[in-house]
Design a protein around this ligand. Sequence first.
Ligand SMILES: Nc1ncnc2c1ncn2[C@@H]1O[C@H](COP(=O)(O)OP(=O)(O)OP(=O)(O)O)[C@@H](O)[C@H]1O
Ligand code: SF4
Ligand SMILES: [Mg+2]
Length: 326
Amino acid sequence: MSLLELDDLSVTYRIASGEVPAVRGVSLSLDPGAALGVAGESGSGKSSLAMALLRLLPKSTRVGGRILLDGEDILAMKWGRMRAVRWAEASIVFQGAQHGLNPVRRIGEQIAEPLLVHGLAKPDGARKRVAELLEQVGLPAWRARSYPHELSGGQRQRVMIAMALACSPRLIIADEPTTALDVMVQAQVLTLIKELIAEHGISLIMISHDLSVLADVCDQLAVMYAGRVVEHGPSREVFHDARHPYSRALAAAFPTVGDPVSRLAPKGLGGDPPDPMQLPAGCSFHPRCPVAVEECAGLDVELWPAGPRHAAACVHVRTKEEVETS
Ligand SMILES: Nc1ncnc2c1ncn2[C@@H]1O[C@H](COP(=O)(O)OP(=O)(O)OP(=O)(O)O)[C@@H](O)[C@H]1O
Ligand code: SF4
Ligand SMILES: [Mg+2]
C-alpha cells in the first residue's frame, strides 16, 4: 500500500477579491521509503500542496479531494488526531529556515519540544536525543544552547531537519530546504537529506523550482504548472527526457543549481506564470508554449500515459500514444 495517496486534491484560497485556485485536482502517490520531488515556478502551488498535507493552511481555505496517509484520511481527522500525526508521523521542513525557528528560544529547547509534547521523552531523555539529533545533522551537541541568530543559514536549516527527524516520522515534507543557501552549503544539506532518508527509511516529498536538485535526491518527479501536475514519472526520465514542454524548459534552465533568476522564469521560456484568478482556457500553458497547436487553446488536457509510471498533460503525448496504439 502507498504511504501517501492524493486523490484529486484542490486548494482554494478565499480573498476579498474572490477565490484563488492554487491547487487544482492533483493525484499522486508515494510508496514507503520513496522520495518524490515536486517542481514548478514560483506560484505554481507547491507550498499550498505541502501545507494541505498537514492541514496547515488558513482556516478560510477550501481543501477538496482526499489525502490518505497510511490509509487514514487526513482531511477527515479530528484535530487531536491531526496534532498527533504532525511531527510524529509526518513532519515538514519549511521554506526558509528563518520562518520555522523561534528567535528567542534556544535551539535545543525547540528540537526537544515535539518530543515532550508527544510524550516521547522526559526532559533528561529529550536532552540526550537532542544531542544525538544534532550529531546526525552534523552539528556539535553544544549548539543546543545557541539561539537561531548565532547560526548560519545552513546550520539553521540543519536544525530544522533535526526537528523534523525528532519524533522519527515516516514522512518528511521539505519545502525548498536549500533555496536560501549558497551553492556549496546547498550541496552539503542535500547530501545530508539523502543520507538521512536512506538510513532511516523515511519517505520524502521535496519541493523545489530546481529540477536538477530534485532529480539528484528523488526517485519520482512531479512538475506543477498553474496548480496542476503536468508531468510525473521516474526522475531520470522527467529530467533527461521530459515529455511536457514546460518540464523541458525547467530542465533546460538548470543545472545552474540555485540560480535565483531561474526561479522567476526558466531560461528560454517567455512570459510569466498565469494569475490563478485568470487562468487561460484550454491548456493553461498555451500562451507560453513553444510547440502549441491550434487546438491547445480549447483543449481539455489530462495526464496521458507517456511510459510505465510516466504521464504528461500535453496533446503531443496524447497524439503519440494514439499513433503508437493504433
Ligand atoms: N494565504 C494565501 N492567500 C491567498 N492566496 C495565496 C495564499 N498563499 C498562496 N496564495 C496564492 O496561491 C498560489 C500558489 O502559491 P504557493 O505559495 O503555493 O506557490 P509556490 O509554488 O510554493 O511558489 P514559490 O516557489 O514562490 O514558493 C499563488 O498564486 C499565491 O499567490
Ligand atoms: S497541450 Fe498544447 S499548449 Fe499545452 S503543453 Fe502541449 S502543445 Fe503546449
Ligand atoms: Mg513555495
